[in-house]
Ligand binder design. Structure first.
Ligand SMILES: [Zn+2]
Ligand SMILES: [Zn+2]
Length: 270
């Protein structure tokens, strides 16, 4: 186990699409070899061996596009693992998983299978502001506002912080205060991944579903402190309009502001 932030951390982009289509997988990031942030259909990019090495899953919220592969991941490798997979999320997110997924109707209750003493999965509550060291990686839980209880995450690599907004609309100023504070630390923010799920033509739908459109993204980015010079990666675009969304997003570029389509990236190294 290494010192937190001492090593270059690879963030593999397993999925960063708003929904599925050939070549499009929903949200999941692999940090190093042992941590997943969200468990959307992108998890299907991993081999059995890679899935088996995942010890921690940090979820942003309960929506299907962020949890769809979690029950299947447990089915695929639960019996091959020697200890429970640790799933970290807000209490409301865990309650949703218990009630609607691991309920012995949609999927077996793997929190009690094969035995309550040694189950395939443990559901562990977290809260905004919590700091973890998981598999040698330092992570912090960031505030987020969405249509269900939600969080974002920051994870520390040797270059700086990788920050992920999760799904969001009308971010709490607290999110940007924390991003600006992290960027003030040594190394600062190395990369920010933020969603833009809808185009400007669908801004109303975006607002109702508590997602960002490019115009709303511009209002969010206004909260960045001057001197924020790190690359910003756009995630969660709906495949049918991802090109349009990126055209509208990239029209916002000015000065040092760089806005990059996360779908063009296999992995970030921070
Ligand atoms: Zn969502
Ligand atoms: Zn989503």
């Amino acid at each position: 186990m290494g010192l937190t932030g001492a090593y270059l951390m690879q963030v593999r982009i397993l999925g960063c699409s708003g929904t599925i289509a050939k070549g499009c997988r929903t949200t999941s990031f692999l940090l190093g070899q042992h941590i997943l942030v969200d468990a959307g259909t992108g998890v299907g990019e991993l081999t059995l061996e890679e899935m088996q090495r995942v010890d921690h899953v940090f979820l942003t919220h309960s929506h299907l596009d962020h949890i769809a592969a979690l029950p299947l991941l447990l089915d695929a490798v639960g019996a091959r693992r020697t200890r429970p997979l640790q799933v970290h999320a807000l209490p409301a997110t865990l309650a949703a998983l218990r009630a609607h997924v691991f309920n012995d109707v949609i999927w077996p209750d793997f929190t009690r299978i094969p035995t309550p003493q040694a189950p395939f999965v443990q559901l562990l509550p977290l809260g905004v502001g919590d700091v973890f060291v998981a598999a040698g990686t330092l992570l912090e839980v960031l505030p987020a506002r969405h249509s269900v209880p939600a969080v974002g995450y920051a994870a520390r690599g040797s270059k700086g912080w990788w920050v992920y907004s999760g799904d969001t609309e009308g971010q709490e100023p607290a999110f940007w205060r924390r991003v600006n504070a992290l960027h003030g630390e040594q190394g600062g923010v190395a990369a920010l991944c933020i969603e833009t799920a809808f185009s400007n033509a669908e801004a109303e739908l975006a607002r109702k579903s508590r997602h960002l459109s490019p115009a709303a993204l511009a209002r969010e980015l206004a909260a960045l402190a001057p001197g924020a010079d790190f690359p910003i990666y756009i995630t969660h675009a709906k495949p049918r309009e991802s090109r349009l969304i990126m055209r509208e997003v990239q029209a916002l570029e000015h000065g040092t502001l760089r806005l990059i389509d996360l779908q063009t990236v296999d992995a970030l190294r921070v």
